[in-house]
Design a protein around this ligand. Structure first.
Ligand code: IMP
Ligand code: MG
Length: 175
């Protein structure tokens, strides 16, 4: 435990700039304001906290928790809602906020579930995107950083067996 070798991949300065860019883009796209950010627990918490403060429009927040990887680093493919939203989303402009999209299984499931609840609009914002790892077709509307290497990353909310979420820079685990 705790003996992984970590190397910085994206510094907090790079992350900060990308979050600011995303916030500008979102603020421009929803000029009338009032967007609901749906954070995917737990990994997206740090990103969402920075994003909401960088937005120039008022936003509300809610969270879902989905079953996922457990303590392993490969996706099982089965997804369930463990903790649901607290508020209805019908008629609202909703943005799902995710830390990373890998195979796409998690976010595709969530998008389908939330679509059933008839929001006015539903988009996906992810800090990191491993497009080349997709097993299902799903595209994010807002992407912070597109990864071109298959690293397992931690920090800035992302964990490895619940560890390293507190790191300000995003690191990769050296194989
Ligand atoms: P997907 O369903 O394969 O797209 O997996 C998405 C979820 O897996 C993310 O919400 C993360 O919680 C987790 N995940 C995928 N890749 C990484 C990684 O490199 N580091 C940490 N968590 C990851
Ligand atoms: Mg996650």
């Amino acid at each position: 435990m705790g003996t992984e070798n970590l190397k910085i991949l994206y510094t907090k300065e790079v992350i900060h700039q990308r979050v600011a860019d995303l916030a500008d883009q979102i603020s421009r796209d929803y000029p009338s304001g009032s967007v609901l950010l749906v954070g995917v627990l737990k990994g997206a918490v740090v990103f969402l906290a920075d994003l909401i403060r960088a937005l120039k429009i008022p936003a509300t927040i809610d969270f879902v928790r989905l079953s996922s990887y457990g303590s392993s680093t490969t996706s099982s493919g089965k997804v369930e809602i463990i903790k649901d939203l607290e508020m209805p989303i019908a008629g609202k402009d909703v943005i799902i906020v995710e830390d990373i999209i890998d195979t796409g299984l998690t976010i595709k499931f969530l998008k389908e579930e939330l679509t059933k609840r008839q929001p006015r609009s539903l988009r996906i914002c992810t800090l990191l995107n491993k497009e080349f790892r997709r097993k299902v077709e799903i595209t994010a509307d807002y992407v912070g950083i597109t990864m071109d290497k298959d690293y397992f990353v931690v920090g800035y909310g992302l964990d490895f067996s619940e560890r390293y979420r507190y790191l300000s820079d995003i690191h990769y685990l050296e194989p």
